[in-house]
Design a protein around this ligand. Structure first.
Ligand code: LLP
Length: 424
């Protein structure tokens, strides 16, 4: 459930009519609903409630500091994968003790930064990284809590570009190596193993792969404890999918996921960490776009929007589906026609969908891409010299721009012509 609903025929974000935001901010623009973000966080909290736990929101999904502050104030921890994301979380007021640092290529500089500034745990992804972190921590005279991200070789049955738990993927340390790696951690200065980490992929619509992975983590917990390690935390990653198409079967709910967590690892007495991104932010955000031109083509009609693949890359990159709805509700039984919905970028890949049945929307009319809150704004670029799309946060009847659209002067002004090219 989200808070983007028609009221008196006009699509609202909570209590705010979206045409008001479109008129004031312009399009394209992302709009998030605070109530939806908080509701999704609470669903995970409730699902894990019987166990000690921390929901570490995956900042990569939607990393605006206002969103992080909203979730952080509600008790969320954060999962970050770069110094930039760590700095965002800290700028939003999240204490280091609630931030976990994941990622397959953390640099020495990034690891030193989080050690200096406070971190709950670092999820190790390789043996060279483990040794480097040991050196850095020891040289600073600190001992850092770590987990090892194990690769359980489980097929997450999701899009190949966002599947991370197969042996062939670049992520984690093969689970078969885990005992040797924990033994080395125990010998290395500056590191204290506190748990195990696993993340097998994103947009999972079936619980079975989680079940398989978590069963392997449970077995490993017992084996590591038998080896004398204190395993007191399990970071179970993110990945729970969301319904992108209203017509589709709904994926499992956070409550189903919570029941699975309790079943598979609940008996181990560990604190549970999870790293959901998409389920918290995905249906909490939409992308507003205007129709620039309607164009008749050879056997097809195009709706050319002012939003493009640089603003929302998911359809071009993963063939992803986003429902598209007009801001003004069509009358019941209103006629629809098939449209290829495209952006203005000079690539055929800049196509949001083909032959989509949509009601009549005039040139200048505004549409909303639903379920665009996760991996929308964070993956946006300035391709084709299109200024970065702005972001708006709604809470009840309040709304605010949380990232303005840069002016052309700001966008171009970041660049510099070297002296040797400048006119004499
Ligand atoms: N933890 C780790 C270590 C991750 O790599 C990810 C996502 C998450 C947590 C959060 O997963 P979620 O709950 O959001 O599924 N850009 C793609 C998704 C990439 C996911 C990358 N890792 C998309 O738009 O579908």
């Amino acid at each position: 459930m989200d808070h983007f609903l028609y009221r008196d025929g006009v699509l609202h974000a909570e209590d705010v009519p979206l045409p008001e935001i479109a008129a004031s901010v312009g399009t394209p623009a992302y709009v998030y609903s605070a109530a939806t973000l908080l509701r999704h966080l609470r669903l995970f909290d409730e699902a894990l409630a019987p166990l000690p736990h921390l929901v570490c929101y995956a900042v990569k999904a939607a990393g605006n500091v206002a969103i992080l502050k909203l979730l952080g104030d509600a008790g969320a921890g954060m999962d970050v994968v770069s110094e930039g994301e760590y700095r965002r979380a800290r700028a939003a007021g999240i204490p280091g003790e609630r931030i976990v640092f994941s990622g397959v290529g953390k640099t020495r500089a990034e690891m030193a930064h989080v050690l200096r500034n406070g971190i709950r745990q670092i999820n190790l992804e390789s043996e060279p990284e483990m040794r480097a972190l040991s050196e850095i921590a020891a040289s600073m005279g600190v001992e850092v809590p770590v987990t090892v991200r194990v690769n359980p070789d489980v097929d997450a049955k999701t899009h190949e570009k966002i599947s991370t738990g197969l042996a062939e993927n670049k992520f984690g340390i093969p689970i078969a190596r885990a005992r040797a790696v924990y033994a080395e951690i125990a010998r290395l200065p500056g590191l204290r193993a506190v748990g195990i980490d696993v993340h097998i992929g994103s947009q999972l619509t079936d619980l079975q792969p989680f079940r398989e992975a978590y069963a392997k983590v449970a077995d490993l917990t017992m084996a590591l404890r038998a080896d004398g390690h204190r395993i007191e935390r399990l970071d179970l990653g993110g990945g729970l999918g969301i319904p992108y198409a209203r017509s589709n079967l709904a994926p499992p709910l956070p409550s189903d996921y919570g029941a699975l967590v309790r079943e598979t690892v609940g008996h181990l007495g560990c604190e549970i960490e999870i790293e959901p991104g998409r389920l918290i932010a995905g249906n909490a955000g939409i992308l507003l776009a205007s129709v620039v031109w309607r164009k008749g083509g050879e056997g097809r009609d195009f709706l050319i929007l002012d939003a493009a693949m640089n603003d929302l890359v998911r359809p071009a990159m993963y063939g992803a589906h986003h429902d598209i709805v007009p801001l003004h509700e069509p009358a019941p039984g209103a006629e629809t026609a098939p449209y290829d919905v495209v952006g203005p970028v000079c690539e055929t890949g800049d196509t949001f969908c083909k032959a989509r049945e949509l009601p009549h929307v005039p040139e200048g009319g505004v549409l909303a891409f639903r379920s665009a809150g996760a991996y929308g704004a964070t993956m946006a670029s300035e391709y084709n010299a299109r200024p970065l799309v702005p972001e708006v946060l709604v809470q009840g009847s309040d709304w605010a721009v949380i990232r303005p659209r840069p002016s052309y002067e700001e966008m171009i002004g970041r660049e510099a012509i070297p002296d040797w090219l400048a006119a004499p």
